[in-house]
Design a protein around this ligand. Structure first.
Ligand code: SD4
Length: 301
């Protein structure tokens, strides 16, 4: 039975990503297949400025994608600064399964993807290129906390990184994270999403965590690993996320007032929790009882 299966995702478009993943989970599929399927949905189906096809470019006008995938037994793979390939999460899975490595970046990641049969295609949309040209007029890098408050599923006007965590009918955990990173970043900048332990961490013994927001703060705090380790020490998913946010604040109290950081966690019993620095973070929860549940995260500010 799929009674214990559950999938959770960051942001309102997580509802659609969860539903794609749920098709896999409800048919008895693995958490790993589910999160890859859900992340692929976000990479291709949605027009939003922080994931996949419709992502905003870096300050030089180059769209570069970061993604990671991790199974609860410790297998993991990731790609960073990948260009002209639509499905970075699937390339990350190939890194995990077809190479002795965990992470490939830039040109080498693209070369590997092409060798694995992924088509090379120009991804930058006219809308993203227009937004970049607009940005060039001031060329100020000032990440917004949340572009707007988003609580309606289907409102795809503005979104952020997809972080997805799942538990399958066999109690196996997995997670995936996919993003175009911070808009207008320096060329070559890598965020937290492809860094195992920062943007994503999964351990079948404990649970899983993922993050969204300004990735430098997650890297600084090994944040997703921190959330999982706090759960290992007995915190609930929500308590673990709250304590990790408190750590972010303690480390950089002034910066924390203007940066968004969001954590989402799922433990091995299927319990879900979240916490953010600033209000406006929403996350989607999907299981056999409900496939369109969108919840507001608590926050410091
Ligand atoms: C990054 N964490 O590259 C990602 C971006 C993000 O909401 O989550 N935006 O830093």
């Amino acid at each position: 039975s799929n009674g214990r299966a559950r999938v959770v995702s960051t942001w309102d478009f997580g509802v659609g990503a969860n539903q794609a993943a749920w098709k896999v989970l409800s048919a008895g599929g693995s958490a790993l297949d589910a999160v890859e399927t859900g992340a692929r949905w976000a990479e291709s189906e949605l027009c939003n400025p922080t994931v996949g096809r419709c992502g905003n470019p870096d300050r030089d006008g180059v769209l570069s994608l970061d993604a990671s995938i991790m199974a609860g037994d410790g297998r993991c793979g990731s790609v960073a600064a990948l260009t002209d390939i639509l499905h970075p999460v699937s390339v990350a899975r190939k890194v995990m399964e077809q190479t002795p490595h965990v992470m490939l970046v830039g040109e080498g990641a693209q070369q590997f993807a092409v060798q694995q049969g992924f088509p090379r295609e120009k991804l930058l949309t006219p809308a993203a290129e227009k937004a970049w040209r607009e940005w060039l007029k001031t060329a100020q890098y000032t990440p917004e906390i949340n572009a707007e408050r988003r609580t309606r599923p289907g409102d795809s006007s503005n979104h952020d990184t997809l972080g997805m965590l799942a538990i399958d009918a066999h109690g196996q955990l997995a997670g995936a994270c996919t993003t175009s990173g911070m808009a207008w970043k320096l060329h070559g900048r890598v965020g937290d999403s492809p860094i195992i332990g920062a943007g994503l961490y999964v351990d079948n013994e404990v649970g899983a965590a993922t993050a969204s927001g300004v990735g430098e703060e997650m890297i600084r705090n090994a944040a997703s690993f921190l959330v999982v380790e706090l759960m290992r020490q007995g915190r609930s998913p929500a308590e673990a996320c709250r304590e990790a946010i408190a750590r972010v604040v303690r480390k950089r109290p002034e910066a924390s007032k203007t940066l968004q950081v969001c954590f989402l966690a799922l433990d091995r019993n299927g319990e879900v929790g979240a916490y953010a620095l600033h209000r406006g973070f929403v996350y989607a929860v999907c299981d056999k009882d409900r496939q369109d549940d969108l919840r507001d995260s608590a926050s410091v500010y």
